[in-house]
Unconditional design. Structure first.
Length: 346
């Protein structure tokens, strides 16, 4: 960490250069901290009256606050009347006014000014973010997902511009050859930890089908369940293996920090790379394991990671509002998920 090499001066004459260095250092700290300001009006200034020479008394007036600003310019008043700046020298940084001539002992000198306070906008921002992070950690510890937010580690995996993220903390596929059903939508909880602009979605096809098509979409969250369609891609050719991606048909979308859902819609029984249950975002609205509306033929017991909706593919259009469980969709529990991915715009 860089530090100005101030030295002990000892018994030497203090020069203006010495003070200038200190003042410059203070200004640098103020810039870093983003100091806040506050206006004050009608503040009485007190005169210096302890000079041996009586003629020098009642010329220097000082307020209770230092660090006034020159802009907006302070207004000095004498007995309630504005004093012309030609009558005094303003030393706003020191909260002082020096009159050219002596004032009457009975004069009441006041000032309207804006001054720098002991509050930092930057520190308040840091405190707010820290409090939000602490609350998030508490929620995650209490309910194992904090309303669909995944694990605390998800906060530490940055969604950098130009990169893809999916429905968990892993920044890449960790499961391969995950079979998916034809004419079905699989949709998963996705968390944006900050405001992001997303422009594309995609997935890794590990087993292709001639004429295979897939489209992708992002939805709002409705109390731990998919809500309304935000945007979707066109249909992507999946007749060959490999990475498949497409842009949103309506252009890039802005996602504020919060919970969303990302989905994949297939017309054929394809296979995708994806994520294992370890580290994914659990479905917060899912019922206890073993419930009738959980799609699980294997008795996995690993937790519900998504929702599946059997629907004719047609042109690959997603429903504007995602239907409720019981109207077609089922909660989905698997030992691996053929995950869709969404890209933050470069």
């Amino acid at each position: 960490m860089a530090k100005t090499p101030f030295k002990k001066l000892g018994s030497v004459e203090i020069l203006s250069a010495h003070l200038n260095g200190i003042q410059h250092a203070v200004n640098n700290m103020e810039d870093v901290l983003g100091m806040k300001t506050a206006p004050k009006a009608g503040v009485q200034l007190l005169p210096y009256t302890d000079m041996p020479d009586p003629g020098l008394r009642y010329r220097i007036y000082e307020g209770p606050d230092n660090n006034w600003l020159y802009d907006p310019e302070p207004v000095i008043k004498r007995n309630g009347q504005i004093v012309s700046p030609s009558e005094y020298e303003l030393q706003a940084e020191y909260g002082a006014v020096v009159f050219h001539v002596q004032q009457q002992a009975s004069d009441v000198i006041t000032a309207d000014y804006t001054h720098i306070t002991n509050q930092s906008a930057k520190m308040e921002q840091v405190d707010s973010q820290h409090a939000a992070l602490e609350a998030r950690v508490v929620a995650l510890e209490q309910n194992g997902g904090g309303g669909g937010g995944g694990s605390f580690l998800a906060y530490l995996v940055k969604h950098y511009p130009g990169t893809y993220r999916s429905h968990g903390i892993s920044p890449q596929n960790n499961a391969t050859g995950v079979a998916v059903l034809a004419n079905s939508i699989d949709i998963f909880p996705f968390v944006a930890h900050e405001t992001i602009i997303c422009d594309m979605m995609g997935g890794q096809v590990s087993a292709a089908v001639s004429g295979g098509l897939t489209s992708f979409a992002v939805y709002t969250d409705n109390n731990g369940y998919p809500g309304t369609l935000i945007a979707q891609t066109g249909a992507v050719d999946c007749s060959t293996t490999g990475w498949k991606e497409a842009a949103f048909t309506t252009g890039p979308v802005t996602l504020q920090a919060g919970n969303y859902w990302i989905g994949r819609f297939c017309n054929a029984a394809l296979s995708f790379h994806g994520l294992s249950p370890a580290g994914i975002n659990p479905v917060p609205s899912a019922p206890p394991l073993g419930s009738d509306n959980i799609n699980n033929s294997n008795g996995l017991g690993a937790g519900v990671g998504g929702i599946r909706y059997a629907l004719a593919f047609g042109n690959g259009a997603f429903p504007e509002t995602f239907p409720a469980v019981g109207d077609g969709p089922q909660y989905l529990e698997r030992n691996a998920y053929g995950s869709p991915w969404i890209r933050r715009k470069p």
